[in-house]
Structure formats: C-alpha cells, structure tokens
Design a protein around this ligand. Structure first.
Ligand code: GAR
Length: 222
C-alpha cells in the first residue's frame, strides 16, 4: 500500500504476540498482514516462554523483534509474572494476541489490558476448555468423548480460563480414524488460521465492541 494511503488510514494497531511452540498461528497473522487480509495492524514484538519455540524462528525470518521469558530464569512465579508484565508494558501494545501461549496470564496483565487480550483455543468453547485443556490435549479429550464436531474459538481474555467474551467460532468435522494429531491439523487448517486473522482485522478496523460480557460486531457478521 502507498505510504500516503496508509497514513490516511491513521494509527496502526500495535500487536504483541505471545507464543510457546510451533507458531503456526503467528505465521497466519504474519501472512494475513502481508496479504492484506489484516489491515491497519503490525506485530511489534513476539514474546515466548520457550527458547526453542519454532515461533521465534518465524519471527526472526520476518524481522520481528522477540524476547524469551522463561519461568525457570526467575526465583519464583511472582518475579516471572513481573518480567512478563514489564515486557508487555514496554512494548506499549494496543492488542496482545495469545497464539498458542501456554502460560497462565497474570491477573495484573489481564486487568491492565481489559478487552485488549485475545486468545485462540482449539475447541468450540464451552466444550473442552478450561484448566488442563491446551494444545494436543484438547483433541485427545474430544476424541475420547467421541464428538462428531469440534472447532476453534477466538475470545477476549478475562480473569477465568477460556471464559472471556467470544469473538468468532468455526466448526470442524471429526472424521473416522482421526488421531489427535490429524484432528489438530484439520482444526488449525480449517478454523484457527482463518479465525485469528479475521478477529485481528476486525479489531484493527474498529468493528468489535464488548457490551455486557458479549462481543458485538458492527454490521452483525464478520
Ligand atoms: C493451537 O492449536 C492453539 O489453538 C492452541 O495451541 C496451538 C498452538 O499452535 N492453544 C491452546 O490450546 C490455548 N489453550 P501454534 O504454536 O502452531 O500456533
């Protein structure tokens, strides 16, 4: 886009993306910004709690600054939480995206960034969510229960685990012979990588508000 056109659109949403692993959702955001599925937004920093997260390589490849903050580098949880808060605050983000971040977000961050933190979860909330439901475990539980449909959810983060206002959801079929890994891949491909960029774009373009704990979408639908 021409610089003048960009400036005419005003302030770009500054995003901090928090990751722990492969970073395919981070990649979906990077790709969304470069192919204009996401407009008016930029990733200013990636924060990882895991030094070997492939997500860090993805950030480096795209020239995005990153930092690794690991609980084991601190005396206790409180000090880790303070370091995480500091890393977020010094970046001055408009939005924090939890893209496979497997750390419980400290209450201090949640309070400081109300309705400005979003999370992608690999199930249709309120199914298969809450404490202990993360990553591949979510798909293991879905297969154990024998559900025929699962999916993904993007939601704002509040004080609870996976309890915040829901922004977007998409259903994905479970198929005969699915393993947790096969199902995880299908949910990512058919839902997560589509929903997360869509949610970010709508926030960056002022289309979402939270009223009485529910998300309202300008124009009714994304
Ligand atoms: C994704 O499936 C994401 O939904 C999940 O972790 C995976 C991270 O993959 N997040 C949670 O389970 C959060 N409770 P990625 O690193 O390739 O984006």
């Amino acid at each position: 886009m021409l610089k003048e056109a960009e400036e005419a659109q005003g302030h770009k949403l500054k995003i901090v993306v928090c990751v722990s692993g492969g970073g395919t959702n981070l990649q979906a955001i990077i790709d969304g910004i470069s192919n204009n599925t996401i407009t008016n937004a930029e990733i200013i920093r990636v924060i990882s709690n895991n030094k070997t997260a492939y997500a860090l390589e993805r950030a480096a490849k795209h020239g995005i600054p990153s930092v690794c903050i690991r609980p084991k580098d601190f005396m206790d949880r409180e000090q880790f939480n303070q370091a995480l808060l500091h890393a977020v605050q010094e970046s001055e983000p408009d939005l924090i995206v939890l893209a496979g971040f497997l750390v419980v977000i400290p209450q201090e961050i949640i309070h400081a960034y109300q309705n400005r933190i979003i999370n992608i979860h690999p199930s249709l909330i309120p199914s298969f969510c809450g404490t202990g439901y993360y990553g591949i475990k979510v798909h293991e539980k879905a297969l154990e229960r024998g559900v025929k449909v699962t999916g993904a959810t993007v939601h704002f983060v509040d004080e609870g685990t996976d309890t915040g206002p829901i922004i977007l959801q998409k259903a994905v079929e479970v198929e005969e012979g699915d393993t947790p890994e096969i199902l995880q891949k299908r949910v990512m491909e058919q839902a997560e990588w589509e929903l997360l960029p869509k949610a970010i774009d709508s926030i960056a373009n002022g289309r979402l508000t939270v009223e009485n704990g529910k998300v309202r979408i300008q124009g009714g639908k994304l």
